[in-house]
Write a protein that binds this ligand. Structure first.
Ligand SMILES: [Zn+2]
Length: 238
């Protein structure tokens, strides 16, 4: 069997793993069934599956793949994973469009994607409506982690979602926030559709009762995370 290098992985709480591939995090929840939060860049699937096998599990046990948003570094591995996993794919409806002029990227990037040679990559940078099984809008609850709530946290993209387990006091924010260089920060403006909206989203999630915070980029915070988010909000000037 081919051996893959598996990036860096960390067990955040029992049976919840963060797999980091090319600076992007994928979360694996290994309960009776397997759930993935995000899928990394295109090409990440072999390493994700290799990690699953190392746990003594099989990619065929993945029944749910929740995408925090429809960007290439989070949704790029989906197509390949779907070839091995009978999973239902979840994505917010505001990040799904058959109209390529409405992709969930800032206008400058959308324009670039219409100009050769960048236009060649356009089919690779987003998940199409036909690839999504469950379009959410926020408020839905999925079964992992004793009830995983979908919270609509737009700003980085129109359909960005966070996932909250009250039972585990664990919040996964995708790119609504990041912890690059171990500093909690808002997503970069250059790759976000609406930063004012992103701030509003962070203010809302700061009200939730959580200890553990996981990001699309950067290390998880495993203690007193909500206090750290509130501290960030107090320091914001926008
Ligand atoms: Zn990202």
């Amino acid at each position: 069997m081919t051996k893959y290098h598996i990036g860096s992985t960390v067990e955040i709480i029992p049976n919840v793993y963060q797999i980091t591939l090319r600076v992007t995090n994928i979360i694996l929840i290994a309960e009776e069934e397997l759930t993935l939060i995000d899928t990394g860049f295109r090409g990440s699937a072999p390493q994700i599956m290799s990690f699953i096998q190392r746990l003594g599990r099989s990619p065929e046990e993945i029944t749910l793949i929740i995408l925090t948003h429809n960007h290439l570094d989070h949704a790029g591995g989906l197509a390949e994973l779907k070839r091995f996993a009978p999973a239902k794919v979840v994505l917010h409806k505001a990040d799904i469009s058959a109209d390529e002029s409405r992709l969930p990227y800032p206008r400058v990037i959308r324009r670039l994607l219409h100009v050769p040679p960048f236009s060649l990559f356009r089919p690779l940078v987003y998940v199409k409506p036909s690839e999504v099984d469950i379009q959410v809008e926020g408020g839905e609850v999925f079964s992992p982690l004793g009830g995983l709530q979908v919270i609509h946290t737009p700003g980085h993209t129109p359909g960005s979602i966070s996932l909250f387990s009250p039972k585990k006091r664990l919040l996964m924010v995708g790119d609504a926030l990041n912890n690059r260089f171990r500093v909690i920060q808002l997503p970069p403006k250059m790759v976000s559709t609406d930063l004012t909206q992103a701030v509003d989203s962070v203010k809302r999630i700061a009200q939730l009762d959580f200890d553990i915070l996981c990001f699309g980029h950067g290390s998880p915070i495993t203690k007193d995370a909500s206090a750290k988010v509130q501290q960030l909000i107090r320091g914001l000037t926008i």
